[in-house]
Design a protein around this ligand. Structure first.
Ligand code: GAP
Length: 540
């Protein structure tokens, strides 16, 4: 699939626009247009319905307890001290002193060219200039080693063709992300100038602002880089106001902001995006069971919404990749057309008791959980009030819950849905572009089309449109030849078209047309709503 075609379609049909486009845009920010906003709302509603209101049953067949919150974007900066974001939420960055571009160190790859026998290079430690000096070095930015390999190979070929490199310069050495300290001067991946890259430096990804009238250190605040912390700091409030018992989850959908160094791949990595996060609190002894449960539930959710399973893969992170708080994390990845390696759609992380422990420490508040039921069962075992009081304040009655966190990106999923849905085929010898959205996610569920704009057809069509739009987002279109109107709906991903034609005036039936098969069949006009309901809302 050609990403450029998808991006063009998204703009042309009103899915996604560049933010502030008339002023030349702003890197890493996007706007959703009339069709895009419906698609994204459908994604968030599907998530909220399937995970918060009606989550799949627990492995033992019990109901899952889940509630939602909607927290502020700006919180007390202490939250970010406790969570570790102020200290550690940073990327290693390098700058080119010449062209002033900034790069993530782990996304810059380089190749070493040499003449004569090829030295063995193992990138396990710092490379010393003295140990081996390449004749020339090429570098590029890429998502992964495979992508880097093809870019650098093409670069090498071009330079040889342009006679800027001698063909005798060979390279078969490793390419590696630039996270290894180096002593020699590397070329900038953008302007190509050698010796202009700085050493890697830490760069915090949080957006800073000031709260109130005075802009000094005491009023500094941050736009949240994840919605999760709003949930952790409200753990006690939710517990006290709902009297929920473990295990239970707290969910939130909302905006998050990261000053990403290199926003790239359309809406895949942006600076403002939306997350759909669950913090599922459980007893430490049961945490692995729930980690498994959420991995399975979340993978199934994507496939149920039409993501082909072979493009979707769960990947257990290696120990070296894990965030400082995580005991284990599974990335649910999707093979996007812009990369040779699947990329993260969602992370399901086992966060242990890290966050609650940190917030308890920094706030001085007790965020532990008290198992009342267990205490009621055991309390008579203790001989006197003092022994009972002492036991009550400790394990197994009082403890820090463990947390399993399925954390998904609404925009990343929207991009996966668009990539997955995009298809080009041929209908009656004519090429068409179609977005084969799952009906639950399709921005427009049905289009109502009078065959011609006369003979009473518009009135009948309009009455049907008014009836249907009470239940779904439907579209009325009376402009142009019927074939062209079908194509327009196919391109917008509308699953069904309903056409009012000559026969409708005689027997009150209409033609329904299926987007994917293009099959048509007749239905009594009075039965259209039921027919649509049956097709659009099958139980998951
Ligand atoms: N609370 C955990 C957390 O935030 P994360 O892996 O950094 O974990 C979770 O983010 C999800 O948020 C990702 O899997 C991705 O879908 C989405 N996400 C993260 N950064 C993003 C960005 N710059 N642009 C779009 N989506 C992003």
């Amino acid at each position: 699939m050609d990403m450029e075609k998808l991006v063009a379609l998204c703009r042309r049909r009103g899915f996604i626009f560049q933010s502030s486009e008339i002023y030349g845009g702003i890197s890493g920010f996007w706007d959703y247009g009339p069709l895009g906003v419906e698609l994204k709302r459908n994604i968030k509603e599907a998530w909220w319905n399937d995970m918060v209101r009606n989550p799949p049953l627990a492995p033992g067949g019990e109901d899952i307890a889940m509630v939602g919150v909607d927290c502020s974007i700006i919180m007390n900066p202490k939250v970010w001290e406790a969570s570790g974001h102020l200290g550690g939420f940073a990327d290693q960055m390098l700058d080119c002193k010449k062209c002033r571009k900034r790069f993530r160190a782990d996304k810059v790859f380089c190749y070493f060219l040499t003449e004569g026998p090829i030295p063995m290079l193992e990138f396990q430690g710092p490379l010393m200039k003295d140990s081996w000096t390449p004749t020339k070095t090429l570098s590029c930015e890429a998502n992964d080693t495979n992508e880097a390999f093809s870019i650098l190979q093409a670069m090498h070929k071009r330079l040889v063709e342009k006679k800027k490199l001698r063909p005798s310069l060979e390279f078969v050495t490793h390419q590696t992300p630039l996270d290894v300290p180096r002593r020699w001067k590397l070329p900038c991946p953008d302007c190509g100038d050698e010796g202009e890259l700085t050493e890697p430096r830490s760069f915090n990804l949080m957006f800073k602002t000031w709260v109130g009238a005075v802009q000094d250190d005491s009023s500094v605040a941050y736009l949240r880089p994840e919605t999760a912390q709003g949930i952790f700091v409200n753990f006690r409030n939710v517990l006290d106001s709902t009297r929920l018992k473990l295990p239970f989850g707290i969910a939130q959908i909302g905006k998050a902001f990261r000053n990403e160094i290199n926003p790239r791949n359309y809406i895949f990595r942006s600076r403002e995006f939306e997350q759909m996060e669950i913090e599922f609190f459980c007893h430490p002894d049961e945490s692995m069971k729930w980690y498994q449960y959420w991995r399975d539930v979340r993978i199934r959710w994507y496939t149920q919404l039409g993501i082909q399973s072979e493009r979707l893969r769960p990947r257990e992170q290696g120990k070296e990749e894990l965030a400082h708080y995580s005991i284990g994390t599974t990335d649910i990845e999707y093979l996007f057309p812009f990369s040779e390696e699947p990329q993260e759609l969602e992370g399901v992380a086992h966060r242990g008791a890290y966050d609650l422990t940190q917030h308890a420490k920094f706030s001085g508040k007790d965020l532990s959980y008290f198992d009342e039921q267990l205490w009621e069962r055991d309390k008579s075992k203790y001989p006197d009030a003092k022994a009972a009081q002492e036991a009550k304040s400790k394990e197994p009655y009082r403890f820090m819950p463990h947390v399993i966190e399925p954390s998904a990106g609404a925009d990343r999923f929207a991009l996966a849905v668009l990539c997955e849905a995009y298809a080009e085929d041929e209908i009656g010898g004519e090429a068409r572009t179609v977005l084969r959205f799952h009906p639950r996610l399709a921005p427009v569920k049905a289009a109502v089309l009078p065959l011609v704009n006369k003979e009473g057809m518009p009135a009948k069509a309009h009455a049907l449109y008014r009836q249907l739009k009470g239940s779904w987002n439907v579209f009325y279109d009376d402009k142009g030849a019927i074939g062209r109107r079908y194509r327009r709906q196919d391109e917008a991903g509308t699953p069904y078209c309903v056409t009012i034609d000559g026969q409708s005036l005689q027997d009150d039936t209409v033609t329904m047309r299926d987007r994917d098969t293009t099959q048509q069949w007749r239905v009594p006009i009075a039965a259209v709503a039921d027919e649509l309901r049956r097709r659009l809302e099958p139980t998951l």
